[in-house]
Design a protein around this ligand. Sequence first.
Ligand SMILES: Nc1nc2c(ncn2[C@@H]2O[C@H](COP(=O)(O)OP(=O)(O)OP(=O)(O)O)[C@@H](O)[C@H]2O)c(=O)[nH]1
Ligand SMILES: [Zn+2]
Length: 339
Amino acid sequence: MAKRQLNRRQNWRIEKIQEERAARAAKRESRLLEELEGGDLGGEQPGLVIAHFGVQVEIEDSEGQLYRCHLRANLPTLVTGDRVVWRAGNQGHGVIVAQLPRDTELCRPDSRGQLKPVAANVDQIVIVFAPLPHPHANLIDRYLIAAEHAGIHPLLLLNKADLLDADNAPHVESLLTTYRQLGYPVLEVSAHEGDGMTALQAALDNHVSVFVGQSGVGKSSLVNSLLPGVDIRVGALSELTGKGTHTTTTARLFHFPNGGELIDSPGIREFGLVHVSRDDVEAGFIEFRDLLGHCRFRDCKHDREPGCALLQALEEGRIQPQRMASYRHILASLPEDEY
Ligand SMILES: Nc1nc2c(ncn2[C@@H]2O[C@H](COP(=O)(O)OP(=O)(O)OP(=O)(O)O)[C@@H](O)[C@H]2O)c(=O)[nH]1
Ligand SMILES: [Zn+2]
């Protein structure tokens, strides 16, 4: 009992210290903001959020110059990729005045399980897989559901094509065929050998992309090959402040040399199946699209029901058996209340 009380008191103290720290930071921030607003601010101009650092954001103006910006109190939380209106102050600082509407939002659960946006205006999710580690169709399907849920176009990318051999080729080729038949864009590259990288770059031009996929498929290798000279882990902020003590807490936006952007962070790379419902899962299987709503029973679970449009399509070969199996597997993994 005494021990539990002590723990509670310790927790309370830690929370209090953290609150005080946050309050001091907020006070410091509002003083900085007041100073800036009291000085000479330039006119309103568009900007792009490159990274987010605690209470401040780094933005880029239309000429590619970087500024450290403070946020007016009434603004929502900004994330990398957000388009904003801002005013320049002195010494590379500025004030964000407004957030422009987002086309898309990539969300992830935070440590408390609440969904939080981590990147805005991404329009392409590159789902990376490889002959090694062994690619699971089920995982690819989960990424496709997440992409559909976010309203973002997926691009399927087989990396390490140089590792294709007699053992793994049949499985990989059948995956590629499945997704091509479904109408998804599919590319094959080797980050090591450079094969297919020009086609990949062309697919990334004029898009804001993120790379996702299981550990070891070669995301870092791809990013390093596409963005030579950029150290993804460190980011470029130290050049701006000259201090180099700030690390990116969220994602960072990079420009490809010939156009197009990549938003990257470990958190985004792990982006997978966020909290989705049964309807979301069904919407993520594009071959179900014209069939849903055509079952005899309105609440059909597409399991054994008579007059099920999906089961009939499966029988007639319009739905591939491995996709149906994958759909069932994903449904079974949802929390009870969503099932
Ligand atoms: N043969 C071959 N190996 C590759 C290729 N691309 C990456 N690799 C290797 O695959 C391993 C994993 O690559 P990473 O780039 O670290 O993979 P990642 O997806 O970033 O992994 P995480 O950081 O864990 O998410 C490394 O040993 C790479 O050298 C490729 O095109 N061909
Ligand atoms: Zn049905």
